[in-house]
Design a protein around this ligand. Structure first.
Ligand code: NM2
Ligand code: OGA
Ligand code: ZN
Length: 383
């Protein structure tokens, strides 16, 4: 419910005060553009029917009131258009804040972690995930929060990994196939298909856009070694920012190159920074994969030594044992992780026995969409 509203700045904005003591200003042009009435938004699908060119350039407010429901009623000039805004919708869309965000900030929906998360990794059973939407969505929220979650009880058969991806999204097919077999091969196209240890990395940095989710399911693992390790790349980047801000800046400022050309007719290439920021400084991605790093050619000659020192320091942070969660995947276990944030590694393996994982890629947009829609529905149910 609203307590008081007043037109300010000669009609260019309205100042809104809620009963709970909150207050915020909204611009006339913003309100006109984001009006919720059926001339502005299609009632069925909610899509905007107008373009910015349909809004009079000299849009102002010539009146603001609190209506009978306690919501905001407005009248615009020059066309006398009248609309109203629910008080709680406005409260959810406040932009008049003085929050200062510093370089490397991350969404409030994500939480950084270190090895201690290993004792409390979010885990779900396949059967629960497949039959209980609320449990599934809590697990998806954990993936949004930590960039990693575990599933158990996955059937050890061809394609199960894709069935899991389809619980919340779509498999992203690549040159490696719809799914890929991770096991030691003769003449492998990729070092993942050997028994070598793999340093912590993000997958496919040579692809643009990169797959934003990776799923790995274990079908067999009776070898000596072959343990899985995961690291929060956002936490590692934050440590770099705190300990060596100039190094963080170098890895964010300059693009490096990634390439994969391990099979005939494939030459995937990208030009991206190791630490990716949005224009307002939000940390949005980490790309780190020594096996696929190509020769960097976009770093000026007089910055190259410093860039390599920064790259080394970041690599050292990623290797710190206090950041790493280690575990051994067993048949029926699956991990899903955010490939723009979480790095994964494995230790080498040998001796008798066999190790067989199946993996696939998927994208985060569908996962976040299912989760957000479910959260909306549940918020409405709770109201
Ligand atoms: N595989 C497992 O990104 C990489 O090249 C890591 C990817 C071959 C799909 C391995
Ligand atoms: C991969 C990979 C990890 C493993 O396939 O991309 O990193 O545990 N595999 O084999
Ligand atoms: Zn990998």
């Amino acid at each position: 419910m609203l307590k008081q509203v007043e037109v300010i700045d000669a009609g260019q904005a309205v100042s809104v005060h809620w009963e709970d003591g909150n207050s915020a200003r909204f611009h006339a042009i913003w309100l006109r553009d984001n009006a919720l009435d059926p001339e502005t938004r299609a009632p069925g699908n909610g899509q905007r029917l107008i373009t910015v060119l349909d809004i009079p350039e000299n849009t102002l407010l010539n009146g603001a009131w609190i209506d009978d429901q306690g919501d905001l009623a407005l009248q615009f000039a020059p066309d006398d258009k009248k609309v109203s805004f629910p008080a709680n919708w406005l409260a959810q869309h406040i932009y008049d804040t003085d929050v200062q965000r510093s370089t490397g900030w991350t969404s409030s929906l994500s939480l950084s972690w270190d090895r201690t998360l290993g004792d409390a990794l979010p885990t779900i059973d396949f059967d629960t995930a497949a039959t209980n939407r609320a449990s599934l969505c809590h697990w998806l929220a954990d993936i949004r929060r930590y960039g990693i979650a575990v599933m158990r009880g996955v059937e050890c058969k061809e394609g199960s990994v894709c069935d899991v991806a389809e619980l919340f999204g779509y498999v992203r097919e690549t040159n490696y196939g719809r799914l890929f077999e991770v096991r030691s091969e003769v003449d492998p196209v990729n070092l993942a298909y050997t028994n070598m240890g793999l340093q912590a990395h993000t997958d496919n940095p040579y692809r643009d856009p990169v797959p934003t989710l990776q799923l790995l399911a274990c079908l067999e693992n009776s070898v000596e070694g072959g343990e899985s390790i995961i690291v929060d790349g956002f936490h590692a980047a934050d440590i770099l920012l705190k300990e060596a801000p100039a190094d963080f800046d170098l890895l964010a400022l300059y693009c490096t190159r990634f390439e994969f050309a391990g099979e005939a007719s494939v030459k995937l290439q990208s030009r991206r920074p190791i630490i990716e920021l949005a224009p307002d400084g939000e940390l949005i991605g980490v790309r780190f994969n020594s096996r696929s790093a190509a020769a960097p050619v976009d770093i000026p000659y007089d910055q190259m030594t410093a860039w390599y020192a920064a790259y080394r320091r970041f690599a050292e942070i990623i290797e710190r044992p206090e950041l790493a969660i280690s575990f051994k995947m067993m048949p029926g276990d699956l991990i899903v992780f955010d490939n723009t944030r979480t790095l994964h590694a494995r230790t080498g393996f040998s001796g008798t026995g066999s190790r067989w994982l199946q993996g696939c890629y998927a994208d985060k947009d569908a996962l976040l969409s299912m989760l957000a829609a479910w959260e909306d529905q549940n918020a409405e149910a709770a109201e």
